[in-house]
Design a protein around this ligand. Structure first.
Ligand SMILES: [Ca+2]
Length: 279
């Protein structure tokens, strides 16, 4: 019989068959097992991390078990830079939340990091067919140990429909004029680190538009070859704030603002304006 004692963070999955009354205790090989989901004979959960007693981040794996055959395996194995959590299952398809590119020793690469929605067809449990459903759709801590109890569902699946919690960001190239980047430096960079003598060149985060885009260098409205999907894509309930309501250009072309923009210049007098509809 399993006894938790005082180590309330040692968790396992308990599985009770309502027909036989039989109860099983299931683990993924280590101290933390949580977020169980079941459909048919397929049971999913996340965990596998050893909790050391300190409130520090831990990455987790996703486990799968066929409760009829007792075949169990790691569906996605955690690493120091990737964590898999919040599984859900429907039929032979499973989904989960994936955090990639994290660093549990660096808070900036742990807290509130973007997550992907991934999944697999597990018709053959030994040969899952993995797929990615959407990338960078929301943000959360991969495994918020400090707040275990309040961790809610993020993704679910029913038949062939997957639903998830997103954060309102749209998944498209925002078409900034230019991105900030490290430039120069005589010595070779190492890994992701810029050369020690490189300098940060501040980007221009105005949104490109085939309509009107404010050019800070010339202090004038210009047109680009592309139009950012972030123009007029802000909160529909928000007022325009300082965005121009309408601009008429010489020649009679009229640019109308229908909604606040997303991005750094949304709500400002330098917000880009979309090209006229149909033109
Ligand atoms: Ca706008």
């Amino acid at each position: 019989m399993y006894v938790t004692g005082q180590n309330f963070l040692l968790r396992q999955i308990v599985c009770k068959d309502l027909n036989t009354g039989e109860t099983q205790m299931l683990r993924g090989g280590s101290g933390l097992n949580m977020q169980p989901k079941i459909d048919g004979d397929l049971l999913l959960w996340s965990g596998g991390a050893t909790f050391t007693g300190r409130l520090m981040p831990e990455c987790t794996s996703v486990f799968i078990r066929n409760v009829a055959t007792s075949v169990q395996q790691v569906l996605r194995a955690r690493s120091d830079t990737s964590s898999f959590s919040h599984p859900a299952v429907s039929g032979n398809k499973v989904v989960w939340v994936q955090h990639a590119g994290i660093d549990k020793n660096n808070p900036e690469k742990w807290y509130n990091m973007p997550y992907d929605i991934c999944g697999a067809d597990v018709s053959d449990l030994k040969k899952p067919k993995y797929f990615t459903i959407a990338t960078g759709v929301g943000r959360c801590d991969p495994f918020p140990l400090s707040n275990l109890a309040s961790e809610g569902d993020i993704v679910s699946i029913g038949d062939d429909m997957v639903v998830w919690e997103g954060d309102g960001n749209i998944q498209a190239d925002p078409c900034f004029v230019s991105l900030g980047r490290w430039v120069g430096g005589d010595s070779a960079p190492s890994g992701d680190q810029p050369a020690p003598d490189a300098v940060w060149w501040v980007g221009d985060y105005h949104l490109q538009s085939e309509g009107l885009r404010w050019d800070s260098r010339t202090n004038s409205w210009v047109s680009d070859a592309a139009t950012s999907p972030c123009i007029d894509a802000g909160d529909p309930a928000s007022p325009l704030l300082d965005e121009p309501v309408k601009i008429e250009q010489p020649g009679g072309q009229e640019y109308v603002n229908v909604r606040i923009d997303m991005g750094a210049y949304g709500g400002t007098a330098e917000a880009s304006l979309a090209p006229p509809a149909g033109g």
